[in-house]
Design a binder for this molecule. Sequence first.
Ligand code: DLL
Length: 429
Amino acid sequence: MFWDEKTETLPKKDLEELQLKRLKKTVAQVQNVEFYRRLLREAQVRPEDIRTLADIEKIPFTRKQDLRDGYPFGFFAVPIHKVVRIHTTSGTTGKPTVVGYTRKDLETWADLIARNMTMVGLTDRDIFQNMVNYGMFTGGLGFHYGAEKIGMTVIPSATGNTRRQIEMIQDFGVTAIHCTPSYGMHLAEVAEETGAHLESLTTGLFGAEPWSDAMRAELEKKLGVTAFDSYGLSELFGPGVAFECPERDGLHIWHDCYLVEIIDPRTGETLGDGERGELVVTPLVKEAMPLLRYRTGDITMRFEDECLCGRAKKIARITGRSDDMLVIRGINVFPSQIEHVLLRIPEVGNHFMVYVDRVNHLDEMTIDVEINRDYFSGELQDLARIQKKVVKELRDTLELRTTVKLVEPGSLPRFEGKAKRVIDRRGEM
Ligand code: DLL
């Protein structure tokens, strides 16, 4: 069950040689990006100073904020006419982060997805329903082209209309599905409610948001699939960065394409195998948008042992974030975005509390906001108007439906130190 057995099982020494060669090339490539020319100059690192893999520690980190500051194309290392597609990340204040791909990048990305899907046993005999957003989100097109590359029969059903999704699974004899774990649970429930049987399904690929082993057990029981965890982020192509193999004990990250470090998010100090910290990745084969030591914000650790499947070392499932980013139904949300929206609406104050719950296995976000008496007539219908306005403004910016509760001025907690405006009650399920 290998797509590219030689690469996937490279002996350690060969892998490190390849990584070093590609790292040097990447450091040369980023010279086309003004941000990196300055970063390396200020750190006094010349391309020829990178002689071993450990020399990477001489290079400063790149953060999400740096990419935002480069909006829209500031991080592209090739002329725009070489960029054949762009995607954007969700979840930023104001403008999103733009990521670009050359033709070769798209091929590499599809190849990585093909590796993952083959690793879990999928072949050209499978019928694959891709139930994620096909727009600017990388999950849709990313999986689509990888699945086609294997020769699977791809159904680009995208999101929404769950009953229709169920009908398609039944009518087309779908064997494998891809969606967020929360949508998977919703699908299972609608199938249960309508008495629909999904016996053709064997495999479920779930990712784009954190999910627990308890949720895995539920998904497997309700959908009759073997469920695999899929991890990725737009800045590193999108999905396909790391994926579970049939052992389902940690995720294989593709070391020939991604140089992995784990750091202490507070001190930036490098951590060893088995120590939990923030995942920092230097992509080694990206053309349009190479990055150096990118801080993903995701908390994991590197495994100490090799895997029985023969591929190189794994990382643990993502357990959280080092920043305040929330992942709600696969969409990234920062509390600062909510604040930004509320500040624009005079009828409400800027004190708010966010509650995140999992209701019927779907993430729900409720925001309590204080009303501004100066703009409030006291009439009930005025309250409804303000509430509707806040919901709409939040939806326009976050691309997410929220529940808004208007509360009395002064009733929400005030903070002396670091504000804690988010209460995530999703717990284990
Ligand atoms: O979510 C790419 C993707 C699409 C991955 C489909 C898997 C499947 P972004 O929208 O840029 O890209 O969000 C990336 O989502 O930094 C994590 O915090 C979170 N995330 C993604 N996959 C997982 C996972 C896509 N399996 C951000 N477990 C990442 C936990 C995940 N968190």
